[in-house]
Design a protein around this ligand. Structure first.
Ligand code: SAM
Length: 249
């Protein structure tokens, strides 16, 4: 049921909006020529507007906008370009299928809340499990020069980009390691931070419980550990209403 809701429902909404707008375009076809680029862009914009009214997430509004042009002019793009796009997406969203953890990023306000939490805890070492583009690692390392901050990541293009970011930032206390979070030795860290998905949380917390030292902190952005109440919840004052779930080992 949840697969149906998550995967199919947005597409059903997209097709419904496009169909509605297409009916309007056909009605107006006495005055306009359906299939021309301006009309296709107009159709996409109108469908995106309907999607907005249906409160669809932003990424789906982009799909709504581009779909008519993609359907009509898709042939104009050489076949290899689709292959290149697919490979690039695979290298970025490497863990979406296998781990069911896609790439989305912690925002700046949450970086700050986390930095304050790390400072208050007196931690000397922090790890971001699945460090994405390295934003958390860079911010924490800059905010807390006395703290060693590590990021573990396995999506190849994301690792390369975040390593470059760290190299350019010249922060001696920051590093990104190409390693699965399942192979991390969590006992090495005073604070373990993650922003993953509901799927790995139970197994990951079990790992943390076995490896982390007493008194150290396991902090999960948004996703709770099933069957275990957080010791503290930090509400971040951001648009997403982020909650940091803090578990003291
Ligand atoms: C939602 S993103 C969070 C990125 C970053 N921590 C942040 O908050 O901005 C989750 C990241 O975890 C990575 N990931 C998923 N499974 C992983 C694994 N087994 N080992 C290392 N990284 C993993 C994904 O590639 C993705 O970049």
């Amino acid at each position: 049921m949840s697969v149906l809701r998550n995967q199919l429902l947005p597409w059903i909404k997209v097709l419904a909006c496009q169909a509605l707008v297409l009916v309007a375009v056909l009605f107006l076809s006495r005055w306009i020529t359906p299939g021309t680029l301006p009309v296709l862009l107009g159709q996409g914009a109108a469908a995106a507007g309907l999607g907005f009214l249906l409160r669809m997430p932003r990424i789906w509004l982009v799909v709504q906008f581009l779909l008519p042009v993609a359907v009509v002019y898709g042939d104009a793009v050489p076949a290899w370009a689709y292959l290149v796009a697919f490979v690039l997406c695979a290298l970025v969203y490497w863990n979406s299928a296998s781990e069911q953890v896609p790439l989305y990023l912690t925002n700046r306000r949450t970086w700050q809340a986390l930095a304050d939490l790390v400072a208050a805890s007196g931690a000397k070492s922090v790890v971001d499990l699945g460090s994405g583009m390295g934003g958390v690692v860079t911010f924490l390392a800059r905010a807390q020069p006395g703290v060693e901050v590590s990021g573990l990541e396995t999506a190849p293009l994301v690792v390369a980009a975040s390593k470059l970011r760290i190299a350019l930032s010249r922060l001696p206390n920051a590093r990104i390691v190409y390693r699965s979070l399942w192979e991390a030795e969590l006992g090495n860290y005073d604070v373990v931070y993650c922003f993953l998905s509901p799927v790995p949380m139970a197994r990951l917390f079990e790992k943390a419980r076995h490896e982390m030292r007493p008194g150290t902190l396991f902090v999960s952005n948004s996703f709770t550990v099933p069957g275990r109440a957080a010791d503290r919840i930090l509400d971040v004052d951001d648009g997403r209403r982020t909650q940091l779930h803090i578990y003291t080992l």
